[in-house]
Design a binder for this molecule. Structure first.
Ligand SMILES: *Cc1c(COP(=O)(O)O)cnc(C)c1O
Length: 360
């Protein structure tokens, strides 16, 4: 049976071949007689799964030797606190770039720990673009600069990596990690909740330059100290073992596909197809400045909100699921992460044209 296309912003689609492999390995992983979820995280089998996943992630992103890769829990939302707790290192302030709902939340949390200087993106109070490099307010005493390369809710993406000189750059890559190659050496710290573009919820990936580890704020809980996790290969306590394993299968899938260069070509093609369809119609609208449009999350509105319910109902009968936009933005949102096949975007575009003919 063909599965429908799921445009959920997260937890999101996983590659079908990964789900099939997980099913094949469900009752007995590689002849072990155990499901991966039943294995001790300190056993030989699981240690090999964990190490291979890290090696594949390092290969995909060409992560330099002087960076640690951590497999944590707590979601990106915990990183909103962990970042200031660990990266302030005696400083009193940090710079944040506000471009949408998630960076706003990161700022709120950081304010509990330090003075936050904010550069605002957007236009007339709406998050529809990002500030240019020249517009960034970067303080001389800031411990780090935090930004959100892809705002999942607004569908706004940075077309460039901010240049912050010697000040460490911190990126919440929850909804864009692994969508294309990046130069990890430009960043002090990258974090991402897994459930958008990596694997199941429950796993949070942190890539951190080693010199930034080891000076947490006084009173930082043990579990919020990067050093504890780095020194224990993310096994200070029980890690999210099954999510880590599934993420590892996704990393293998990406490598077999041709790595992130190839993934980027496909992702750009998918996004182009959808934006072209929106722009060519007099019916659908995307409010984001063209150079800041996300490859991953594409919000769009219909000419009249009363058409939203019929659009969603008819889409569902075409096997197109979870297109309802975030309540703060309204309209629709199609999340087209790595695992969304090109055929899924084509099916959406075809349906949108048909719906417009009927209701336009
Ligand atoms: C989903 C998301 C978050 C929140 O992630 P949790 O894992 O639910 O804490 C934070 N930032 C961005 C950019 C996201 O897309």
């Amino acid at each position: 049976m063909a599965r429908p296309y799921n445009f959920s912003a997260g937890p999101a689609m996983l590659p079908e071949s990964v789900l099939n492999q997980a099913r094949e390995e469900m009752l007995s992983w590689h002849g072990s007689g155990m499901c991966v979820a039943e294995m001790s995280h300190r056993g030989k089998e699981y240690m090999s799964i964990a190490a291979e996943a890290e090696a594949d992630l390092r290969a995909l992103l060409a992560i330099p030797e002087n960076y640690k890769v951590l497999f944590l829990q707590g979601g990106a939302s915990s990183q909103f606190a962990m970042v200031p707790m660990n990266l302030l290192r005696g400083a009193q302030d940090a710079d944040y770039i506000k471009t949408g709902s998630w960076s706003k939340k990161a700022i709120q949390e950081a304010k509990r720990y330090c003075t936050v200087a904010v550069t605002e993106g957007g236009h007339e109070g709406k998050f529809t673009s990002v500030p240019s490099q020249l517009d960034l307010l970067l303080g001389e005493t800031a411990a780090y600069v935090h930004y959100t390369p892809n705002e999942t809710i607004e569908g706004v993406e940075f077309p460039y990596v901010p240049d912050t000189g010697e000040v460490p750059l911190v990126a919440d890559m929850s909804s864009t990690i692994l969508s294309r190659p990046i130069d990890v050496s430009r960043f002090g710290l990258i974090y991402a909740g897994a459930q958008k573009n990596v694997g199941p919820a429950g796993l949070t990936i942190v890539i951190i330059r080693e010199d930034l580890i080891g000076q947490p704020l006084e009173g930082t809980p043990t579990m919020f100290d990067y050093k504890i996790h780095a020194d224990n290969d993310s096994m200070y306590n029980t890690p999210p073992t099954y999510a880590w394993y599934l993420a590892g299968l996704v990393f293998k899938w990406l490598r077999e596909l041709g790595g992130l260069e190839q993934m980027a070509v496909i992702n750009q093609r998918k996004a182009q197809l959808l934006y072209d369809a929106i722009d060519a119609s007099g019916f659908y609208t995307n409010p984001v400045r063209p150079d800041c449009r996300s490859w991953m999350n594409v919000p769009f509105t219909l000419p009249n909100p009363e058409l939203d319910a019929p659009f969603l109902a008819e889409a569902k009968t075409h096997g197109l699921l979870t297109l309802k936009g975030h309540r703060s933005v309204g309209g629709m949102r199609a999340s087209i992460y790595n695992a969304m096949p090109e055929a899924g975007v084509q099916a959406l575009v075809d349906f949108m044209a048909e719906f417009e003919r009927k209701h336009g």
